[in-house]
Write a protein that binds this ligand. Sequence first.
Ligand code: GLN
Length: 538
Amino acid sequence: MSASANPKFLFVTGGVVSSLGKGIACASLGLLLKSRGLSVTIMKCDPYINVDPGTMSPYQHGEVYVTEDGAETDLDLGHYERFIDENMSQMNNVTTGQIYFDVISKERRGDYLGATVQVIPHITDEIKLRIDMLARQSNADIVIVEVGGTVGDIESLPFLEAIRQYCIEHRQDCLTMHLTLLPYIRSAGEIKTKPTQHSVMRLREIGIQPDFLFCRSEHHIDEATRKKIALFCSVDPDAVIEATDAQTIYEVPLQLAEQKLDEQIIKRLNLKGAPAKLAPLESVVKKIKDPEKRVSIAICGKYTRLKDAYKSIIESLVHAGVANNSAVDIKWVNSEDVEHSDNPGSFFEDVHGILVPYGFDFRGIEGKLIAVRHARENNIPFFGICLGLQCAVIEFARNVCGIENANSAEFDKDAADPVIHIMESQRSIKQKGGTMRLGTYPCVTTPDTLARKMYGSEIIIERHRHRYEVNNDYRNVLEENGMILSGLSPDGNLVEIIELKDHPFFVGCQFHPELKSRIVRPHPIFVHFVEAALTHQG
Ligand code: GLN
């Protein structure tokens, strides 16, 4: 990134309802501005009191996205990375928990001696400091700041107040955009603007006048409605941006470019932008909307009720599909259903590949083991990620090596044969938050293996989030029976990738490749997995 002496800021807030896709909106805008030659970074402010989402259930929060530097962050950071193709860091995700933690630590240290420590100014100052720090560290021309939650939430008030102050203190350098919903009332055949008006009113009460409105809508906004929204909300008609439901999220930057949102931002912030280069994205979108082929992959996990738990895996499959000119249809298979079924094979009859994703704890494990066995015995392409690798090792140990009681110490701490056991470095850890093996570690791929072929390089760098690993005491017996340890930590101590001899595609990895797949750079394991599924389909 080029150094920016005068960074600009775009603050993005949400209104009316949650889940409008603020993360995608910010990521899309980031992509658009970057395509015009500007350097961009994005910060997510999460109003909850957890220091990070690492201790939350996937059902509460969806996927925990791990950055290169090992921060456990909001899944929106995954969208940011995938769209703008820049690595985020722990600086890009700020939570109320972190802000209070820092302010209370400073108070104990005596930094505020003599003062009563209050939400305003101490908490708001700390938020502003975090924005300044990210701007400095990233050297970005534009820092986009997304505030989680919806205007009116008690929790997000300090963030909004900090933004209000920031905009006054850096008047020339800041813009704000508010995301709203324009509901369509079928019986009246009309788009309704009142919730948007109320939401903007709420924002104005706090002292923020939005410069742009990003309106989610099922239907096209006609000119009269656009003018009405502009008039009531005090924005330019051109600044009312319509975002109708897109067939693919990768189309959103194109929708925004059509409405010249990037151009308006660049002009208002007095920046210089080159013409947007969107041809690569246009070609991706075309391939997603009009695929030559379709292939079906089963994801067998236990968080299948909330697809957000597997966000990066879903997107990585989309990217790998594009690389193979194919759509990838995901069949969600709940591992507990497999476990309790009399005919588990029926879940996989119509799929061409089976993916067992990450996970924690023993619930649904036996179902995942059945899925692995089914893939192994029927030559169906298999891809195991983190817990998925661990399941593959347990299944192989039990059913191929004949180690009947093989298990993970995570599921049975007194297991007779803990083929998966706790990592040495994890043994003494008592505190749960932020203490897994997190972030990037190098891995050495073994020559003449599928892993080496897929990556095309000896040293690879991948991101991790786990406490358990393959128990080295069982390496020999696994290898003797045909398991290939195709990726190891540089000291040779940790098994990072496994594969099987005599199987068209059977790969497990201890790391999370889904965290590094980008639209423009699909991850090689996903690309080869989808390719193998297409071959299996015939
Ligand atoms: N629960 C396993 C571990 O901690 C796997 C973690 C994961 O799948 N991310 O090692």
